[in-house]
Design a protein around this ligand. Structure first.
Ligand code: MN
Length: 423
């Protein structure tokens, strides 16, 4: 077991029950305060640890880090040091925060300057994202969408169980949690109309996803074998792949998603390391027919992460509309990366690889409004008496996720976005 994951560990920093950030988590992010320009930090309980302070004051000396690696707007340079080095930093911070370690605890100045109340921080986009790929790895989601958009009898296309289907998304429009989303405009073709019209989307949707972040640059022509794929992943975030279903449905033939997707995607601010998620590995669904050798794997490659989506409106408190789990995904992250590079496609540090909408087997576990309302046929009821088939202006979508076992809860924080009217 990784020592920093020991369920018995306790921190001298008070961590309330149900916190997403116990000492066993220690996710990385980029934050600023009224006094600090953007720097790297680690979350513990309701606090953020300033990694620049720790590094500059010798608390990370044993790890062997380049100067200035945390004094940056993005975590790319730090992550490019690789999983081992990032794991060593997490291990050292775990030591410093342990209840019986007084290096920081008994150093009033260090506590005062190095440990900042989360309420006083603003989280920023933690990585400079060179590339973003969106997979389509949930069998339940692909089946639902195939049934709604095409044909319930042939919902899955013939390739679906042979390869992890994906498209190249837009990296420039990925935003940090809390950034408002403008209702996009575009071409739609109403079912009863002969010609398309240009207007704000009438079918604005969320997609509940998780995404992994890469921590390596590979050269063009090199494939990453599946058994090495996880060495190239630093960790996971929650990911909302906002979608305009009417724009999407009209434009997607024959080349796939474009303007129905690229107006914005939201990520949660804390990158939860794959190391921290190690105890929550889970079996995925059986893969029948058998996959080609380059996609075959051993061991547990899925993650048991409970996921939830809430919608709040101007007049309604947040209400849960979906509960699901990432363990349902048919294609796991290692298969996704092995497939992505099997043709020699190179990867870059900070790339975002999203899972695709994560839907489970029951209607309450569908990860999009397209599925939850069955393309508008089954409205959802909000506490204020209104109905939702798709998102209204003023709605806020909140995604949460956590893994839990042996009394340890590894959470992701929140991935939030509010819909503003089209301009
Ligand atoms: Mn998606």
């Amino acid at each position: 077991m990784i020592a920093a994951n020991d369920p018995k560990l306790k921190s001298w920093v008070e961590v309330s029950r149900g916190s997403d950030f116990p000492i066993q988590n220690l996710p990385f992010g980029i934050f600023k305060t009224r006094y600090l320009s953007p720097v790297a930090g680690v979350a513990i309980g309701d606090y953020v640890i300033d990694l620049v302070y720790l590094h500059e004051n010798g608390f990370l000396d044993g790890v062997g880090l380049p100067p200035g690696v945390f004094n940056q707007k993005y975590l790319n340079d730090f992550f490019s040091l690789g999983r081992k080095k990032v794991g060593a930093v997490r291990g050292r911070i775990s030591d410093l925060l342990r209840h019986n370690n007084d290096e920081l605890r008994n150093n009033a100045a260090a506590r005062e300057i190095g440990l900042i109340a989360m309420a006083e921080t603003q989280m920023l986009l933690p990585i400079n994202i060179p590339n973003y790929t969106d997979f389509y790895s949930s069998e339940e989601h692909a089946t639902n969408v195939g049934s709604i958009f095409r044909d319930p009898k042939n919902a899955l296309l013939p390739n679906w169980k042979h390869l992890p289907v994906a498209y190249h998304g837009r990296a420039s429009s990925i935003v940090i949690s809390g950034t408002p989303i403008l209702r996009p405009k575009g071409q739609i073709k109403p079912p009863d109309a002969e010609l398309p019209v240009f207007c704000p989307t009438r079918k604005l949707d969320f997609e509940l996803e998780m995404a992994f972040i890469s921590c390596a640059n590979t050269s063009l022509g090199k494939s990453i074998p599946l058994r090495e794929a996880e060495d190239h992943m630093i960790g996971f975030v929650l990911f909302n792949d906002w979608s305009a279903r009417d724009i999407q449905q009209w434009e997607y033939v024959p080349l796939g998603p474009f303007l129905g997707k690229n107006f914005g995607s939201t990520i949660s601010p804390w990158i939860v390391t794959l190391d921290a998620l190690e105890p929550f590995r889970s079996e995925g669904p059986d893969q029948i027919p058998h996959v080609l050798p380059y996609l075959s794997f051993t061991g547990k490659r899925n993650l048991d992460v409970t996921l939830e989506v809430l919608i709040a409106s101007e007049n309604s408190e947040p209400t849960t509309v979906c509960r699901t789990n990432s363990k349902y995904l048919y294609w796991n992250a290692a298969q996704q990366l092995a497939h992505h590079t099997v043709n020699g496609c190179n990867i870059q540090v900070g790339d975002v690889y999203a899972s695709g909408t994560i839907s489970g087997p029951s209607p309450g576990s569908y990860g999009s409004l397209l599925e939850l309302s069955w393309n508008g046929q089954r409205p959802l009821h909000m506490p204020d008496g209104t109905e939702r088939t798709f998102l209204e202006d003023g709605d806020t979508v909140i995604m949460r996720g956590h893994a839990e076992k042996d009394g340890v809860r590894i959470g992701f924080g929140e991935c939030i976005g509010k819909i503003l009217p089209a301009t």
